[in-house]
Design a protein around this ligand. Structure first.
Ligand code: HEC
Length: 207
């Protein structure tokens, strides 16, 4: 058989379609990057802030010196090993006092808030040493952590962006069964300004 190099018709169509996808992606990327680099408008709003006071800075040093970053992400560094261990934005979810009390006596504070035992912070557990640090260390670290703020809608915030979002509405109508309306509260209608604990904390829980 002659080794004619030509592609089969199906192959041509397949490569053609793939080529169009690559081209569209490339043009889109170049266009967006070009716009991003030249525009004076802010494309993404910054919803997370890290304004540290003098005490907050001292707390950050203590935080860094005590292996917290081996499990937690905070101040844009560290790891996010396991569940809810990102501490960025915690200042908008918890009061400074809650954080200080959690650090010095984790088990009861955690139980009152989440109705669950700690995984790591409780006595004798892997992060049990945290409770043994000095009162001053707890207090300064609580100040540091309470200064890690995030606005509603940030990836580290409990609440989705303010106002009605057509995207969220459509997702809800597709995925959320009717029965959830009675079972769960819509966090978007709840006022958290008086209460910096998370939506998972129940009323009646110790503050
Ligand atoms: C061995 C891993 C580990 C280490 C080390 C660790 N943590 Fe944690 N931390 C966790 C886990 C897991 C949780 C969730 C509660 C639990 O299960 O103990 C948590 C929860 C917290 C919370 C509460 C978050 C919330 O909103 O519920 C704070 C605050 C906190 N840690 C601060 C610290 C600080 C400060 C240090 C260092 C002095 C530290 N942690 C070291 C694993 C760790």
């Amino acid at each position: 058989m002659a080794a004619k190099s030509g592609l089969k018709r199906g192959e041509k169509i397949l490569f053609g379609i793939s080529g169009v996808f690559v081209l569209v992606a490339l043009v889109g990327y170049v266009g967006l990057e070009g716009y991003r680099l030249t525009t004076k408008k802010q494309i993404f709003s910054n919803l997370t802030s890290f304004d540290l006071s003098v005490e907050g800075n001292a707390g950050h040093r203590i935080f860094k010196g005590n292996r917290c970053s081996s499990c937690h992400r905070a101040f844009l560094s560290g790891t996010s090993m396991g569940g809810q261990t990102t501490l960025d934005g915690i200042g908008s979810r918890r009061s400074q006092d809650w954080i200080r009390r959690f650090l010095s006596d984790p088990e009861p504070v955690y139980k009152a808030t989440y109705r669950a035992a700690t995984l790591d912070h409780g006595r004798g557990k892997e992060a049990g040493y945290v409770a043994e640090l000095t009162e001053r260390d707890h207090s300064l670290m609580a100040t540091f952590l309470s200064e890690l703020r995030s606005k509603q809608g940030a990836s580290t915030a409990y609440l989705p962006p303010e106002g009605r979002s057509p995207f969220i509405e459509s997702m809800l109508s597709i995925w959320a069964p009717e029965s959830w309306k009675d079972k769960y509260e819509d966090v978007r209608t709840k006022d958290f300004t008086q209460d910096v604990t998370s939506p998972t904390s129940q009323s009646g829980a110790e503050q």
